[in-house]
Design a protein around this ligand. Structure first.
Ligand SMILES: C[S@@+](CC[C@H](N)C(=O)[O-])C[C@H]1O[C@@H](n2cnc3c(N)ncnc32)[C@H](O)[C@@H]1O
Length: 198
């Protein structure tokens, strides 16, 4: 079984910083906005829903994608605050198919004895995983969870040539949020890719 350590990270954000981002600062406010959900999260979910099986959402934040994904879904994130928000929004009593756990990327080996056919890497690769570790990192989810497909939703400028050489790209497109003044600090053009593990 793969045991990660912080050498896989491009950016080792301390736990305390992750909590601040989901506190008053509300760093990821845009993920809740209708514009963002329509332009990126719904098309991503459509792509995910086209493939059979259950979904593991890597670094799910507050679990914004969960509302659009059908079937069994698990999200994990390193921020306790983000996961608490997700758990409050999706109580197990009402959503027995959706669950959320606190886990850092460098510890994904400990999620448990589950299968996930689909793995979502949303906003993870461009900033969090060291480029030289990306293929091994992504491959490890196939080994650990028997995944058949993975999905990348990320900045348009993310270079995916390493993934294209290693995996079969099933679909690829780029979406753009119509420019709005308050979106200035956010990169508005993003790609949504579906790959098959081979
Ligand atoms: C750019 S956001 C992505 C959120 C969401 N998946 C999306 O599609 O936009 C990055 C997320 O990674 C989480 N994160 C950052 N470093 C982490 C680490 N080492 N382990 C686990 N989660 C981490 C943050 O808490 C944040 O929710």
């Amino acid at each position: 079984m793969t045991i990660y350590n912080s050498s896989i990270l491009a950016s080792d954000i301390p736990e305390q910083r992750l909590e601040e981002m989901y506190g008053d600062e509300d760093y990821y406010w845009y993920l809740r906005s209708p514009e963002f959900q329509e332009t990126f999260l719904k098309p991503l979910a459509d792509c995910v829903n086209n493939v059979e099986g259950s979904t593991l959402d890597v670094c799910c934040g507050e679990g914004q994608l969960a509302q659009f994904v059908e079937g069994k879904y698990c999200g994990f994130d390193g921020s306790r605050r983000a996961i608490l928000k997700a758990q409050r929004r999706y109580p197990v009593s009402e959503y027995p198919d959706k669950w959320f756990i606190v886990r850092r990327l460098e510890e994904t080996h400990s999620i448990g004895d589950f299968d996930f056919e689909k793995i979502v890497f949303g906003g993870v690769l461009h900033c969090l995983i060291a480029p030289e570790s990306r293929v091994d990192f992504i491959r490890s989810f196939q080994d650990l969870y028997g995944a058949t497909h993975f999905f990348v939703y990320d900045l348009e400028r993310l270079d995916t040539s390493d993934l294209d050489n290693e995996f079969a790209c099933v679909s690829s497109y780029v979406n753009e949020i119509p420019s709005l003044e308050h979106w200035q600090r956010i990169v508005t053009k993003r790609k949504i890719l579906c790959y098959r593990y081979e």
